[in-house]
Design a protein around this ligand. Structure first.
Ligand SMILES: Nc1ncnc2c1ncn2[C@@H]1O[C@H](COP(=O)(O)OP(=O)(O)OP(=O)(O)O)[C@@H](O)[C@H]1O
Length: 324
């Protein structure tokens, strides 16, 4: 008796392993764009989910941005049902707000997917692959991002789940072929005006050639290693935060004895939790200088209209003094 096609089996195994390590899942959803990644994922989620007694809901977001988007979404929903999803819904969203159409679409998409999920312990599976992870890491390296960005996307990031971070895009394409489905090709994925498209089409193939292959897997491995390091450092930083915390602000004496890398993690968490938005590395280093390079300097202005200042051995965060 022959088993399933190897590509289908590889995707199913990835989903099975992911679900086995996900803890209790009460509701299993799959975010379906209609592309090869999310269709292969849908089949594997239905196959694995049904064996675990779970119903599988396919969620397709229609951003309404491209002509014929409603038909594309309806087709994706139908294919998801054909592949075994128990239900398939199209979520129509309005794309608006700051940051350009890509960012606005992303916000609307994740907002709609989150709202579609019930209150229980539900998961929305996303079809990001090993290649997506490699592109994220490479992009981050080129832009000088910190280890948090280079750690890439997390497989378990409730309510999001990414079971395919160890599966290549070529495998999901082969799985779709073996399943007899014709995935939707997003025209944006061919458009060289997008940095990510050029990275995918030009930079990664060249790197693969120069380094004799295996680059995408290596980049994904680097991300996984950095993720472990980042999580360990975050745990240590949370302990320092607890020791430094007082009602009047953070105790400088506690922070000053810590290595800068740990100190900046404490300060980052403190600033983000206090409402600072779009914190850059330069901001963070200026706040850190209030501890590590103290020469009586004034407060640091931060996005979100807040000022971090040092007084009486404490760091505090306040609204700026009005000058009128
Ligand atoms: N229109 C959509 N409806 C439902 N899910 C979607 C849609 N578009 C993307 N997704 C989900 O997100 C996954 C990643 O998609 P894609 O790589 O196109 O997104 P991205 O914009 O590159 O990444 P990110 O979602 O991290 O911004 C898909 O495999 C799918 O699970």
């Amino acid at each position: 008796m022959s088993g399933p096609d190897p590509a289908i089996a590889a995707v199913r195994t990835a989903v099975r392993d992911f679900l086995a390590s996900a803890g209790v899942v009460e509701e299993l959803c799959v975010a379906v764009s209609g592309g090869a990644d999310s269709l292969a994922l849908t089949e594997a989620a239905a196959f694995t989910g049904h064996r675990a007694g779970l119903k599988v809901r396919a969620l397709v977001v229609d951003h309404g941005l491209q002509e014929g988007s409603a038909e594309t979404a309806a087709r994706a929903a139908n294919t998801a049902r054909d592949l075994g999803a128990d239900t398939a819904e199209v979520l129509k969203v309005r794309v608006e707000g700051a940051g350009g159409p890509e960012a606005a679409a992303r916000r609307a998409r994740y907002g709609a997917l989150r709202s579609a999920l019930g209150d229980g312990r539900g998961l929305v599976l996303l079809g990001h692959t090993l290649d997506d992870q490699a592109e994220t890491v490479l992009l981050g390296l080129g832009r000088g991002s910190g280890p948090r960005s280079l750690a890439g996307m997390r497989p378990h990031d409730p309510p999001w789940g990414r079971p395919l971070l160890g599966v290549t895009r070529a495998t999901t394409r082969r799985a779709c072929q073996a399943l007899g489905v014709d995935p939707w090709q997003d025209p944006h994925n061919e458009d060289p005006r997008f940095t990510r498209v050029r990275l995918r089409a030009e930079v990664l193939p060249l790197l693969e050639d120069v380094l004799s292959g295996g680059v995408a897997a290596s980049l994904a491995r680097t991300a996984a290693q950095l993720r472990e390091d980042t999580e360990a450092l975050d745990t240590l930083a949370a302990e320092v935060h607890l020791r430094a915390f007082t009602d009047e602000g953070l105790d400088v004496a506690v922070l000053a004895t810590e290595p800068p890398a740990l100190r900046r993690r404490v300060l980052r968490r403190w600033l983000l939790d206090s409402g600072v938005r779009e914190l850059t590395d330069a901001h963070l280093r200026s706040v850190d200088a209030l501890v590590g390079h103290w020469r009586g300097q004034g407060g640091v202005w931060l996005p979100g209209d807040l000022v971090a200042a040092r007084a009486h051995g404490r760091l505090s965060l306040e609204a700026p003094q009005s000058t009128t």
